[in-house]
Design a protein around this ligand. Sequence first.
Ligand SMILES: [Zn+2]
Length: 166
Amino acid sequence: MVIDATGCGPPGACPQCQHPAARVHSRYWRHIAGLPVGGHRLIVRLRVRRFFCDQDRCRRRTFVEQVAGLTEPCRRSSTAARSTMRAVAIELGGRPGQRLCTKVGVHGRRTALLGQLTAQPVPARAPRILGIDEFAFRRGRTYGTVLVDVESSRPVDVLPVAVSSV
Ligand SMILES: [Zn+2]
């Protein structure tokens, strides 16, 4: 089952500067997998708008609107489908979860289900300035590297580095 939809609400706010947009840059189609309807797989063909950010101080030139409760940046499943896949992964794990998803018509392969358990939210913007520092989990045995978004002072990732003493 395919539903065609068009983003037509008020323009969203720029994820970088939070200023509401006023001009449409372009439109394009996104295909979002939703939860099954009447036992049929559901695809929402959503025509979204890309807006200009006209703020001189903002480094972001354009951004794409998100539909609350349906889309998230860079995701091809609806918010509800992702929430369902995550619940299945928590309760059943990989292979049993995949079997259940197949029976109920949700697109949920084993690796995709397990990926829901560790999926981090997509940041609104990529870090421009990345700080890197090393530290010791256990001195002389296990070290790690922390990546920090310098502008927001938030950690981006922590990477373990195993040190062999052979
Ligand atoms: Zn902006």
